[in-house]
Design a protein around this ligand. Structure first.
Ligand SMILES: [Zn+2]
Length: 121
């Protein structure tokens, strides 16, 4: 159910060009600089993958819970569903989902902001 494609690493070269690489890959920029993502601490990268897995599980759990709530309402109290379904959708899209995404971005940023990949000669 949950695909585990490893997250890509975005490298912005000093010349401004942006590269997206898998962990462990190297890139040679057009300006001549070379970057090696294996210089990133393996435990930091593993922590990002774990955070992403938690984020997806949480998002899936919320979606299943809210979907179940809406389905139960539709089946048991169809009139209440007229109010409850839009309300649940609004709470999810306006409050819960942005909150969850903000948490995830903060977690990833805390790890990645420490990284400074030096160009190889
Ligand atoms: Zn460059």
């Amino acid at each position: 159910m949950l695909r585990q494609d490893p997250p890509k690493i975005t490298i912005t070269c000093d010349c401004g060009e942006v590269h997206r690489l898998a962990y462990g890959d190297e890139v040679a920029c057009r300006c001549g600089r070379r970057y090696d993502t294996s210089a990133i601490p393996a435990e930091d990268y593993a922590a990002i993958r774990a955070t992403r897995r938690r984020f997806r599980l949480l998002q899936g759990a919320f979606a299943v819970a809210l979907g179940g709530l809406m389905l139960a309402t539709l089946l048991l109290r169809p009139r209440a569903a007229v109010i409850l379904v839009p309300l649940v959708l609004m709470v999810w899209f306006v409050y819960l989902r942005p909150l969850l995404r903000r948490w995830y971005r903060r977690q990833v940023a805390e790890l990645t902001l420490r990284w400074t990949l030096e160009a190889k000669a």
